[in-house]
Design a protein around this ligand. Sequence first.
Ligand SMILES: Cc1ncc(COP(=O)(O)O)c(C=O)c1O
Length: 364
Amino acid sequence: MTSRVPLNDLVRQNRQLHEELAAAARRVVERGWYVLGSECSEFEREFARYCGSGDCIGVANGTDAIELALRAADVAPGDLVATVANAGFYSSAAIHAIGAVPVYIDVDETHGISVASLRQALAGRGVRAVVVTHLYGRIADIEEIVALCEPLGIPVLEDCAQAHGASRGGRKAGSFGTAGCFSFYPTKNLGALGDGGAITTDDATFAARLRELRQYGWDGKYRVARSGGRNSRLDEMQAAMLRIKLPHLDRWNEERRGLARRYAREMQNPRVRCPNDFGSDNVAHLFVVCCEDRDGFRKHLESRGVSSDIHYPIPDHRQPGYGGGAEVSLPETERLSAQIVTIPCFAELAEDEIRQVIQAVNSW
Ligand SMILES: Cc1ncc(COP(=O)(O)O)c(C=O)c1O
């Protein structure tokens, strides 16, 4: 009787670091300073250095990171913001929170934003900002996008929630655009033990705005100098947990990448298309395969004790809460969203579990 392979198991990672995490938690409890203290400022310093960015601003979660970065870029109600529709509605939620309007750009076969489609959109309507999602852990065509947007004065915000530590040409995700927006939701490659987020940037003025915006718009205690402020802070407990985990991130990413490469090599089923591009610019946050008969494939995996999921089943423009978007056409986004299946890929998977996943895929 084989056991079930989970899509993720956070206890396995946290158990390895249990003593350190518990000691850090105790330190925070005993210090008696729980919001915007030394754990947060030290983490901001350490994460900025890790990302090769001039500054880092801790916030409450990844969606807030995108929203506050858009606000710091002066995006206002009614402004158009270009983004993709295949990345779980997070950027859409941030854009809608401001009262701005998402302009959905189709993706290409990499699941990343299509530069050709973006170029077309920028030529037409007055797009005010672009959010580029590094989906599934792979850095999108960010250099081309920055080169396209910079001369037009359009800020590029990177959604790095799935790409902590990915790097290309010696530069880390979050250091290419105007700002990098991170989530530390527990399942992320760098995950807290609760919610958390951060924004990286090289622009000191942008960073100063973000520090105001994350705390009511204050430039000092109880003085609101900037409109559009929120309460969105990375708390001391989560910052302390992240400081313990950050030194392990490169190793965990390498382990995920190694596993993804092995999957790509050993999964040999002509009906299942595997990604096969796990260089330094892909930290294998999710291993997402494509197949025509998705339901049949998932049932088979289930019968072999292998968990699976879909990231994400409903493209943003089709979400019922925002009208279902019958007028928007995104052929590649829609084609892929009907075929994608996520299978277990995390650093702590055991050898027998890895074999079980590979055999389940190959025996379908
Ligand atoms: C691509 C992407 N962007 C943004 C977010 C939002 O992060 P959070 O859940 O911390 O708000 C997530 C994760 O949840 C994500 O996967």
